[in-house]
Design a binder for this molecule. Structure first.
Ligand code: NAP
Length: 256
């Protein structure tokens, strides 16, 4: 249960909103009063999220939309359609869409490397650029762009050369965007989850999960809502003096 209504009258877009962390972020932002655009590759899952959002706070008018974050055309089409419907661009943007295509470095196909970079890194770039262009063009006083990276971008992970490179990339992208966009009132930050129970980690073998869990000081996998809590903080004015940072949500995994 959200403690505040600090996001009332904010318009937010969440990519990857049809599943896992993105869905939890949509729920949390809506519960704090934001109007949420649930954006996902899979329109059905975006609609499933839409159906579970809180609608009872002032002026909330959520929508679901299909988007492929790796396509500039698709991203620009969505941002334009949001502006047509709400007469403003979203002032909160959460880049949560992401994929894995794991294999050992010695075996990894070039296509699998490219695919993960295209969705996780280029997708975050395209969305950040499209939303911030729209905010700057309309003279919006403030914006908050949050990108879901991963602790793996800092420490690496066996079998995830493509994924860890993409997640290290979004931190560099975010720090640069923070420097360039702060003069327009737009803050850019990353959230770095550790191991969170979602459909993405459902693919990881049980043996590996119990090994990881044994390394987590807090002794368990994280819940998507625990990542969403931090996204809501970064979306809100409670974090108004924070930009260009990465906040780890890992239960203490890889401290230091
Ligand atoms: P998830 O449940 O698989 O959700 C990812 C969502 O992104 C899915 O709905 C997926 O749609 C969507 N998506 C994939 N490609 C897309 C594209 N091209 N355009 C738009 N949407 C697309 O995974 P999750 O665990 O919640 O992950 C969310 C984010 O957290 C990702 O960026 C992930 O890298 C990051 N993360 C997760 C963990 C973890 O432990 N779970 C840890 C660190 C970071 P489809 O289902 O249709 O593919």
């Amino acid at each position: 249960m959200a403690a505040t209504t600090r996001l009332i009258s904010r318009l937010a877009v969440v990519t990857g909103g049809g599943s896992g962390i993105g869905r939890a972020v949509c729920q949390r932002l809506a519960s704090e009063g934001a109007t949420v655009v649930v954006a996902d590759l899979n329109e059905d899952s975006a609609n499933q999220t839409l159906r579970i959002l809180t609608h009872d706070l002032k002026g909330q008018d959520h929508m679901a939309a299909a988007v492929d974050v790796s396509s500039k055309e698709s991203v620009e089409k969505l941002v334009t359609s949001i502006q047509c419907r709400y007469f403003q661009p979203p002032s909160v943007c959460v880049n949560a869409a992401g994929i894995t295509q794991d294999d050992f470095l010695l075996k990894m196909e070039e296509a699998d490397f490219d695919k993960v970079i295209r969705v996780n890194l280029k997708g975050s770039f395209l969305f950040t650029q499209a939303v911030s262009k729209a905010l700057v063009a309309c003279g919006a006083p403030k914006g908050s762009i949050i990108t879901v990276g991963s602790i793996v971008g800092k420490v690496g992970n066996i079998g995830q050369a493509n994924y860890s490179a993409s997640k290290a990339g979004v931190e560099g992208l975010t720090r640069t965007a923070a420097k360039e966009l702060s003069r327009f009132g737009i803050r850019c930050n990353c959230v770095l989850p550790g191991f969170i129970s979602t459909p993405m980690t459902d693919k990881v073998p049980e043996k590996v999960i119990s090994k990881i869990t044994s390394m987590v000081p807090l002794g368990r996998m994280g819940d998507p809502a625990e990542v969403a809590d931090v996204c809501a903080f970064l979306a809100s004015d409670d974090s108004r003096y924070i930009t260009g940072v990465s906040i780890e949500v890992t239960g203490g995994l890889f401290i230091g």
